[in-house]
Design a protein around this ligand. Structure first.
Ligand code: NAD
Ligand code: MG
Length: 383
C-alpha cells in the first residue's frame, strides 16, 4: 500500500485522480484531501476514502467541515498554514491539483519531503520556476508532470538523452474559440469560453485554453521540466487533442504520445510510474478518428503565447507577473466584469510596468505574485 495526498481533491483533476484510486482501492492509503471551501464534496470524499485529514484552504469554512465530519474520526484543519502543514506530512505520492499560485506553498512543502509530486498545478511551476526546480533537486523529490502535454513529453523522453533532443512540440487544441474572428472574440461570453470541445476541466484552465494562455503557461512549464532551450520548444494547434505532444531527436526521429482526451491517462501514468496500470479508457480507434490536423498558432487573434514566450525569455520575475495578471484577468472575465480580449491586454500591460527583482525564495515569489495582482487590479479599475 502506498500513501497518497490530493491537494485540490474536489476539482476536475482531483476527481479524475480519485476515480483511479477508487478502482484500485486496496493499493492506496489516502492521507490528505483538500478543497478551497467545497465542504459537502470534501467531506463526502474524505468519508468514502477514509482520509486521515481533510483541509479547507478557506479558514471560514472550517467550522462547517468539522460539523460535516463529526464522529468520522477524520481530522480536520483550515487555512493557508494548515494546507502547508498538511503537505509537510509527506506522502508517497502528492497530487498537486489546486488551481493557481494558491497551490505553490503546499507544493513546495511537499517537495521538501522528497516524495513523488504529481504536478497538475502548472501555475505554481510557472511562478516559482527555478525556485521550485532547485528545491526538487535539493530534496531529491521526483516531479512527474500530470499536464497531458508534459506527461506525453516525459514519456517520449524515456530511454533517451535530453541532449539528443532537437525540438519539442507542444500540441494545443486551440480551444472553443479557435475559429472565431477578432471581432467576434471581443464579445465572447464566459459560457462560450469554458465550453471546451475536447476536455472537461475547471473554469480557469478552460478560459486559459480559450485565450491560448494555457499553452503559454505550458510553454514555460515545459522550459522548466525539460531544459532544451526556449528556441527548441514550439507550439502547434491540433484540434483533435489525440497527439498530446512530440519530441524530435537529432537523428530525425520524432516520438509522439497519443491517447483519448481524458486526464485519467496522464494521471495513471504518474500514479503507476515507472510501471503501468489499467484504466477504463476505450482503446484509440484510429479509423474512427479519420484524420488528425495541425495548424500554426495565430498570435494576432491569440497573443497569449507570444506574451508567455517573451516572459520566459525575460526570465526573473516576469513569468510570475504574467501568471498573476492572468489569474486576476481571468477571474474578472468569469465574473462578467471585462471582455474576453481584455485578458491578454491586461497581462501585457501588467508586464510593461516596472519589473520586480528576480525572486530567489518562495517568499519572494509570493511577494511578486501579490504585487502583480495588485497592479493588475489597479489596471482593471482604471480602464
Ligand atoms: P478545478 O477548478 O476543477 O479545481 C481546483 C481545486 O483547487 C478544487 O479542489 C478547489 O477547491 C481548489 N482550490 C481552488 N482555489 C483554491 C485556493 N485559493 N486555495 C486552495 N485550494 C483551492 O481545477 P482543475 O481543472 O482541476 O485544475 C487544477 C490544476 O490542474 C490547474 O492548475 C490546471 O491548470 C491544472 N490542469 C488541469 C487539467 C484538467 O483537465 N482539468 C489538465 C491539465 C492541468
Ligand atoms: Mg495541458
Amino acid at each position: 500500500m502506498r500513501s497518497i495526498s490530493i491537494f485540490g481533491a474536489t476539482g476536475s483533476v482531483g476527481a479524475s485522480t480519485l476515480d483511479l484510486v477508487r478502482r484500485n482501492r486496496r493499493e492506496w492509503r489516502v492521507s490528505v484531501l483538500t478543497a478551497n471551501c467545497n465542504v459537502a464534496d470534501l467531506a463526502a470524499l474524505a468519508r468514502e476514502f477514509q482520509a486521515e485529514l481533510a483541509v479547507v484552504a478557506d479558514e471560514s469554512c472550517l467550522a462547517e467541515l468539522r460539523g460535516a465530519l463529526a464522529g468520522s474520526g477524520i481530522a480536520t484543519a483550515g487555512g493557508a498554514d494548515a494546507l502547508v502543514e498538511a503537505a509537510a506530512r509527506g506522502a508517497d505520492v502528492t497530487v498537486a491539483a489546486i488551481v493557481g499560485c494558491a497551490g505553490l506553498a503546499p507544493v513546495m512543502a511537499a517537495i521538501e519531503q522528497g516524495g513523488i509530486i504529481a504536478l497538475a498545478n502548472k501555475e505554481a511551476l510557472v511562478s516559482a520556476g527555478e525556485v521550485m526546480t532547485a528545491a526538487v533537486a535539493r530534496h531529491g523529490a521526483t516531479l512527474l508532470p500530470v499536464d497531458s502535454e508534459h506527461n506525453a513529453i516525459f514519456q517520449c523522453l524515456q530511454g533517451n538523452r535530453i541532449e539528443d533532443v532537437r525540438r519539442i512540440t507542444l500540441t494545443a487544441s486551440g480551444g472553443p474559440l479557435r475559429t472565431w474572428s477578432a471581432a467576434r472574440l471581443e464579445a465572447a461570453t464566459p459560457a462560450q469560453a469554458v465550453a471546451h470541445p475536447n476536455w472537461d476541466m475547471g473554469a480557469k484552465i478552460s478560459v486559459d485554453s480559450a485565450t491560448m494562455m494555457n499553452k503559454g503557461l505550458e510553454f514555460i512549464e515545459a522550459h522548466h521540466l525539460f531544459p532544451v532551450g526556449l528556441d527548441r520548444i514550439r507550439i502547434v494547434v491540433h484540434p483533435q487533442s489525440v497527439i498530446h505532444s512530440l519530441v524530435e531527436y537529432r537523428d530525425g526521429s520524432t516520438l509522439a504520445q497519443l491517447g483519448p482526451p481524458d486526464m485519467r491517462v496522464p494521471i495513471a501514468s504518474c500514479l503507476a510510474w515507472p510501471a503501468r496500470m489499467e484504466t477504463p479508457m476505450a482503446p484509440l480507434d484510429l479509423p474512427a478518428l479519420g484524420e488528425l490536423t495541425f495548424f500554426a498558432p495565430d498570435e494576432d487573434r491569440f497573443p497569449a503565447t507570444r506574451l508567455a514566450r517573451e516572459a520566459a525569455a525575460a526570465g526573473g520575475a516576469a513569468p510570475a507577473v504574467l501568471n498573476a495578471a492572468n489569474e486576476v484577468a481571468v477571474a474578472a472575465f468569469l465574473a462578467g466584469k471585462i471582455a474576453f480580449t481584455r485578458i491578454a491586454v491586461t497581462v501585457e500591460r501588467t508586464l510593461t510596468r516596472a519589473m520586480p527583482a528576480a525572486p530567489t525564495t518562495l517568499e519572494e515569489v509570493l511577494a511578486v505574485d501579490r504585487e502583480a495582482r495588485a497592479r493588475a487590479d489597479e489596471l482593471l479599475e482604471l480602464a
